[in-house]
Design a protein around this ligand. Sequence first.
Ligand code: 5GP
Length: 191
Amino acid sequence: MSDLHPVTDIHPDIDRILISQEEINARIAELGAQISADYQGEELLLVCILKGAFVFMADLARAITVPVQTGFIAVSSYGHSTQSSGVVRIMKDLDQSVEGQNVLIVEDIVDTGLTLAYIASLLHDRHPKSLKICALTNKPQCRKKEVTIDYCGFVLPNEFVVGYGLDYQDYYRNLPYIGVLKPSRYAQSHG
Ligand code: 5GP
């Protein structure tokens, strides 16, 4: 029998793990309990910001006990760079109306805040009953636009991270933890 455990072993391109799978699971259980208590007796529309938040949203949705519906919105990303271009474009809009609904935006990471500020303002103009933000991770040092994060999983240092939905060139989203890429991985792709 093979002794290779591809899901649990650290990926060869990863320098170090910042947040383990166990820590993520435990924090999501806490967030789910808090959100369920805050929306007791209400229904909730979870709005996933694609692509990065799809892993987080799948786990968060299952940690929430009030009735939820789900919506998906895709925005332009950094492309193949690790720096924000500051340009936010809607690539795929929601399929449903948010009018009169309790909307909870689900995001993987808040960096400059430009993406969330744009999406929050867009959804606010569609007259939801309430509008809140849940972000798994937050890099507060990088903020260009202030956003209120109502539910935050973890605060991160100013480093480019991958895993648990977060990508580099669309890879590494399937890693069950959040980690930092080895510098050689960037050198390879730029060279
Ligand atoms: P913001 O608009 O707040 O600068 O950026 C939000 C988006 O940028 C996130 O949804 C994510 O796609 C991307 N992003 C920001 N920081 C990181 C990071 O450290 N790693 C990865 N993989 N993506 C990031």
